[in-house]
Design a protein around this ligand. Structure first.
Ligand code: HEC
Length: 129
């Protein structure tokens, strides 16, 4: 009886403080349909789009070898979207909210929601030379 009680308590505690999803998990859930599991833009939804999803493994290579963190964050978030820019890329800003991290962007300390940063850092980790 006591053991069952302890197990139940453990389950409650686990629910109260869930591990935040990693960047890789967030990517797998939200981005693979278009950008593909490997990030090269090979997703099954993306294949049917008029504007092909970008290859997300060459962001650095296409930016002089530097990961374009600010551009990536704002592209995912959607708040720097050029209004005249027709695109199928959804805005994830409102879905990727959460506790804020302070990171330095272009020399300025900037608050960024942790899930948004986690996805961007995941992308940084899959860059090819
Ligand atoms: C419905 C399809 C779709 C989904 C889902 C999607 N994207 Fe995109 N994404 C696109 C398309 C199409 C483009 C290329 C056109 C453009 O730049 O808007 C793009 C462009 C991008 C770019 C800009 C690449 C560059 O070269 O600057 C980034 C970064 C990006 N996506 C990240 C993500 C991430 C991270 C997710 C998941 C959170 C995601 N996308 C989900 C369709 C999608």
């Amino acid at each position: 009886m006591k053991l069952i009680y302890l197990l139940a308590l453990g389950a409650v505690a686990a629910c109260a403080s869930p591990e935040p999803p990693t960047g890789a998990q967030l990517y797998a859930e939200n981005c693979t349909a278009c950008h593909g599991a490997d990030g090269t833009g090979s997703g099954w939804v993306g294949a049917g789009l008029q504007r092909k999803p970008a290859n997300l493994t060459t962001l650095s290579a296409r930016n002089g070898g530097v990961f374009p963190m600010v551009r990536v964050l704002s592209t995912i978030d959607g708040f720097h979207r050029n209004p005249s820019f027709e695109t199928a890329m959804p805005e994830f800003g409102s879905w990727f909210g959460g506790p804020m991290d302070q990171i330095e962007l272009d020399g300025v300390m900037t608050p960024v929601p942790q899930p948004l940063l986690a996805v961007a850092e995941y992308l940084e980790s899959i860059q090819v030379e």
